[in-house]
Design a protein around this ligand. Sequence first.
Ligand SMILES: [Fe+2]
Length: 468
Amino acid sequence: MPTWSQAIAKPAEEFPLKPLSILSGEIPDGLRGSLYRNGPARLERGGQKVGHWFDGDGAILAIHLSEEGATATYRYVQTEGYQKEAEANRYLYPNYGMTVPGLFWKTWGKEVKNVANTSVLALPEKLLALWEGGNPYGLDLYNLETKELDNLVNLKENEPFSAHPKIDPKTGNIYNFGMSIGAKVTLNLYKSDPTGKVIQKSDYSLEGVPLIHDFTLAGPYIIFFVPPVRLKLLPTALGFSSFSDAMEWKPELGTDILIFDRNSLSFITKGKADPWFQWHYSNGYVNEQGNIIVEIVRYPDFSTNQNLKEVPTGNIKTPAKGTLWEIEIDPKTAKMIRQEQLLDRGSDFPIVPTHQTGENWRYTYLSVHRENADLSKEILGVIARYDRQLNKLTVADMEENLYASEPIFVPNTPNSARGWVLTVVYDGNEHRSELRIYDSEGLDNRPICRLGLPNVIPMGFHGTWKAG
Ligand SMILES: [Fe+2]
């Protein structure tokens, strides 16, 4: 079995707030605040494995860096489903990659469990654990105690709040979306004030049920690329097939480009492009010619879903390679004018400095495969910075058997392009986890600081930084 599989072989163990020991270096003086990361931490219950990596119950890691040093805590999100299943010691709910175990007529129509495992949003008064199929869970920012399912004042129960909100760097307003599946399939758009309260909504009807995971802001526009994946409704409605297994790759449909107005959240226009699949966008902006530029990690098809389905087994059989692409769009027609692969290295989890959201930027930070990694066995192992100006990739090449999570960029001073890059690393040689802090200008140098974590933190999905 590959080394990374040891990190997820057993359900992760929580720990209460504890001081962290410094393994090497020093915590930089200007780095004060909290790092939060979310991810599936429990991939089996009562001897049964989840059906897909996305089904694992979410646990959140908080690392607080203050004048007194570093402390951390790691806690499962106490969702209603998690508590009920813990009590029963078996899975009770269907999920993205799971049907309900047990007798069909007893379990038909059961609600999917909110696993709260995908990302986090740090608001002034609370932390939100995000999942794309439902409302977020609110948690205490310091000790991660779960408070309640949070509707951000104005969300209805059937209005999910997806896991990739974007914060307007000028106003602090938060943009997000959620897909509702009912008699109609609706793409709901939301704008929240900086406290998280939803203050504006719009909705747009979709044809069929596509998989939409993320979006981007680009100047005055909101952009969605709707990939040609559609859910077969009947087998899922009857409970014969999980959502994941009923997702059909239909390249003949192509990718739909949807453009909305950022101010009014209203639909502007729709265009078509080649078929591709993406989970994540780095960013977008409007260039000097008035065209929309969007950077994404693009896969040639939907085999990435099968690849991620295989992760909980520890034994990947299906390779999937996403690479960084730039797409240029005419905002009047939503027509794709140009598409260009920027890098050949397999990658995902692209992020940009948050103060450049929706605007032109220079550096994209992302997770990449090690050079010559066997993609039919390996998961993303290291982090890197892509310099869009010089077309140059700088890789933080870690020791063998180390696995870095998504990079998080923290500017040295507000709006600075230079800063620190934080990543939680699983060290498969020692079977333990640590936080690494790199200088953004020296990713290929040794980390500035390494902090040891009390327990293994399994590889997860997304995180955020809240300045202290
Ligand atoms: Fe994501």
